[in-house]
Design a protein around this ligand. Structure first.
Ligand code: PGD
Length: 837
């Protein structure tokens, strides 16, 4: 809680007269926009935190965290000087055949033939005309605007929402359901717990440090993933892990890899085979029942369906008791360890912190459903320091929420109704975005995000999804902004076939990413450092409001997504332009509006509160505002109110209780996701590894990137091996294959092949290899990816009929030493361009 002394100190500092940053001056000779800092510093933000950017002669020369809150360095914060300038798309481009004849654009040549530089106005007119043509000839459901991606921080320049705003106004589009991060969990958890759970605030770290006796980090590497957050990281999650290290709390990491987090915390490492955690948990659950250590009172009071699950657990239905012996055969963890862990967890306050990787797999609904079931059997949910948490590794979950103003952001508005080329008005509130009334041909208005390649290839196919039947629309126009789907989607070769099907692909990108190279019409975008914006930090903590001041002039002819969509809106008439721009507002007007509305919220909070100065003062001062947590938020326990009174504070499930058995899920009669958590054998795992594919591939998130972002910077020099993405391999496996540390290897399966650089180690389970996702796809003329993009090897199957989540961590591969001459990388260069630079 903020005491009065701190409050007065803060008010004094905030009421200081705004100082103009040193060197604030216009320069005609350098072309620096008036108002930009030429020599000095500017505050901005990225997913990797609030940044202080140092400028020299109008160029970013240094980048560092605005505040230091942990001893751990976050290397992502230092590479803005490189990120701002390297691999930039400087001009609008159109693919050669598309420019020649958009009616016969030879989509099979997409990504293979040269681009031609065109004037900006021509590119805009072409997008407007071709979009209109597709709507008229094929309907709104031929336009895919799902456009998934992590974009950049900033509440105004929110690329995907801006795209949706524009596509909504001009008639509608096919969107995406769910996300890649938690595709399986966010669908099953509402049935089990009544909320998606994965993006919920966690029991506060203060409680963990005071009351937990054991912390289990299950399939997560928070030291890597807490370097970033959806808004901008507040960095406190890492600081709490530092405190965990200093505490007496026992830490256990269950993961096929001995992660940086495990090493840092000095944790006990338990390495199951990938994709077998459910079997491991079932073995523990069996042991709890066998030793009468399961909490019957908790199960009776707060859950439903345990008896159905118990029959399965004890093998009453299938004759297979899910004993520690049975589990050990599948997961490769010893019987003694399974029994010991079950006893340990039951005997003391244990917090099961799970990551999301294990649900990014075939049958991905099961691990978190089973984890919740195990936690129910332990009976510690809703208590201080016990239970489970699905977001301690992400966006600083568990950092107490601060009391402060909340900055809102751009919205997608509602769909415009058009008749015979005329705009009639917006659909009523009653017809929200979720209502597919505008897709009048019976196809689906949104498809699960990871089914995109399948949908492009199979129009008209029926997809079972979460109790419904969806029909794939016939997509003929892809509009993508703020994402890198050629890298993020599984099975790249299938994805490329799919992307060569529609007539038109429009992409807005900052960099020459593999997705940008697959565009027909390509518009160059400013980076976050070339535009004004505003963001909050923390996601759960709402700790800071950060001014994101433009630091440098736009590179080349790049423009903001907002500018481009505003210009496109003009092609649809003045009314659409005014609706899109909210009566010709500039980005700065939105920033002011969001700030002022947050300031209004805080006015009712009383004097024990960090005050927000006027917008002018905040903007001129160029310093983030920091809010403070309250005593209540520091003591907050997830599910405490439900545990206190499960009738008054019932969960949002059908029964109001935690559903270990869900009659509704059972009623869908899906073979691959039934009424309670179960072990299913994946189609590719070590249990069916063969001579052709003996290794299980896991594709974790790199600690040196945010997915594919930052891949082109000098940061890559720190970790790449002979320019290739590192692949972690156990030393015994490497020895058998004659592979040495630093060798380049070929990793392959029936889906494709990549080059990678071997890191030989004992910190990975034998038979498992790890190649992090996100390296920019870089094919040679036979399709061998020279840089090591993991998704060339992964499978594009749905997790199950329930969620249709992605299966990024369910693949078998082979690996061999690469002995041919090394092909040079081309991933970070511009492709062939005619008439341009
Ligand atoms: P990013 O690399 O962040 O990956 O996939 P995602 O597409 O989000 O791509 C963002 C792109 O947006 C970058 O190319 C960046 O330049 C661009 N961009 C940034 N700012 C702007 C802007 O203002 N305007 C425009 N127009 N563009 C901008 C990530 C996805 O990958 C996710 S979320 C997950 S969880 C999945 N994880 C895995 C995995 O674990 N394993 C595998 N094999 N595959 C995965 N794929 C998924």
């Amino acid at each position: 809680m903020l005491d009065r002394r701190k409050f007065l100190k803060l008010s004094a500092s905030l009421s200081a007269l705004p100082l103009l940053p040193s060197g604030l001056q216009a320069s005609k000779s350098t072309g620096i926009k008036p108002g930009l800092v030429r020599n000095g510093s500017v505050i901005s933000a990225a997913h990797w935190g609030a940044l202080k950017l140092v400028l020299k002669e109008g160029k970013i020369v240094k980048s560092e965290p605005w505040e230091k809150v942990t001893e751990m360095d976050n290397p992502l914060q230092h590479y803005t000087p490189c990120l701002a300038y390297r691999s930039r798309i400087k001009y609008p481009f159109v693919r050669q055949s598309y420019l020649k004849d958009p009616n016969n654009p030879k989509p099979e040549l997409r990504g293979k033939e040269p681009f031609i530089r065109v004037p900006y106005e021509q590119a805009i007119a072409l997008v407007a005309e071709q979009l209109r043509k597709t709507r008229e000839s094929k309907g709104n459901n031929a336009i895919f605007g799902g456009s998934y991606g992590w974009k950049s921080s900033g509440n105004v320049h929110n690329a995907r929402t801006l795209l949706h705003r524009f596509l909504n106004l001009t008639g509608g589009f096919v969107g995406g359901l769910g996300d890649y991060s938690t595709g399986a969990s966010q669908v099953i958890m509402p049935y089990v717990l009544g909320s998606i759970e994965v993006y919920e605030q966690q029991t506060s770290w203060e409680n963990i440090l005071t009351y937990s006796k054991c912390v289990v980090i299950w399939g997560a590497d928070p030291l890597a993933t807490l370097r970033i957050a959806w808004t901008a990281t507040d960095q406190r999650g890492l600081a709490y892990f530092e405190k965990l290290k200093k505490s007496q709390i026992k830490v256990i990491c269950i993961d096929p890899v001995r992660t940086d987090t495990a090493d840092f915390l000095g944790a006990e490492w338990i390495a199951p085979r990938p994709n077998t955690d459910v079997a491991l948990m079932l073995g523990m659950a069996y042991q709890l029942v066998a030793t009468n250590k399961h909490d019957k009172k908790f199960l009776d009071t707060y859950t439903t369906g345990f008896e159905v699950f118990l029959e399965y657990l004890q093998g009453k239905k299938d004759g297979v008791p899910k004993s520690p012996e049975w589990a050990s055969e599948i997961c490769g963890v010893s019987v003694a360890t399974i029994k010991r862990l079950a006893t340990l967890f039951a005997s003391q306050q244990t917090m099961l912190m799970s990551g999301w990787a294990m649900q990014r797999a075939q049958h991905g609904e099961q691990p978190h459903w089973m984890l919740v079931t195990l936690a129910c059997m332990l009976g510690q949910i809703g208590t201080k320091g016990g239970g489970f948490g699905l977001s301690y590794h992400y966006s600083n979950g568990g950092v107490p929420t601060c009391k402060g103003g909340v900055i809102s952001g751009m919205n997608a508005l509602r769909r415009g109704i058009w008749k015979e080329g005329k705009f009639i008005g917006l659909v009523s509130e009653a017809h929200s975005e979720d209502v597919p009334e505008w897709l009048d041909d019976g196809t689906s208005s949104a498809i699960p995000v990871a089914r995109i390649a399948d949908a492009l290839l199979n129009p008209g196919k029926t997809l079972e999804h979460n109790g419904q039947k969806l029909i794939y629309p016939d997509i003929d126009f892809i509009y993508w902004v703020g994402g890198n789907p050629i890298v993020h989607q599984q099975d790249t070769n299938k994805n490329l076939r799919a992307w060569r099907k529609p007539r038109t692909v429009v992409v807005h990108e900052i960099y020459w990413t593999p997705t940008a190279k697959m565009a027909d019409i390509l518009l160059p975008i400013t980076s976050a450092y070339e535009r004004d914006d505003i963001t909050m930090s923390g996601d759960y903590s709402n700790m800071h409001i950060i001014p994101m001041k433009q630091a440098i002039a736009p590179v080349g002819e790049s423009k903001d997504d907002y500018q481009i969509f505003s210009d496109l809106s003009r092609h649809y008439g003045q009314e659409i332009f005014e609706l899109f721009t909210q009566k010709n507002q500039k980005p700065k007007d939105f920033i002011r509006e969001y700030y002022e509305s947050a300031r209004q919220q805080t006015k009712s909070f009383g004097e024990l509160f960090t005050p927000m100065p006027s917008f002018e003062e905040f903007w001129a001062k160029n310093v983030p505002i920091t809010f403070q947590p309250t005593a209540e938020s520091q003591e907050w326990v997830r599910f405490a109110d439900f545990i206190e009174d499960p009738i008054l504070n019932a969960l949002g499930t059908d029964s109001g209780l935690i559903e270990i058995y869900s009659p509704r899920v059972a009623s869908y009669k899906y073979q691959d996701c039934q009424g309670h958590p179960m072990w299913f054998e994946p189609s590719e795992w070590l249990g069916n590894a063969s001579k052709q594919t003996p290794f299980h591939l896991i594709t974790s998130h790199s600690k040196y990137r945010l997915h594919s972002q930052l891949c082109q910077t000098r940061l890559r020099d720190i970790y790449a091996i002979q320019g290739r993405e590192p692949i972690l391999i156990h030393k015994k496996d490497a020895k058998r294959l004659g592979i040495k540390n630093g060798d380049v290897v070929r990793v392959f399966n029936a889906r494709g092949e990549v080059l990678a650089g071997a890191v030989v180690s004992d910190c990975i389970r034998q038979g498992v290899v790890r190649l992090c996702e996100g390296s920019w796809y870089d094919p040679d003329n036979k399709g061998l990816c020279k840089s090591g993009s993991a998704n060339v090897l992964t499978m594009d199957k749905p997790a199950s009929r329930l969620s249709n989540g992605n299966c990024a961590h369910t693949s078998l591969v082979n690996i061999e030493k690469y002995t041919k001459p090394l092909p040079p990388l081309s991933a970070f260069h511009a492709p062939k361009i005619r008439n341009g630079s």
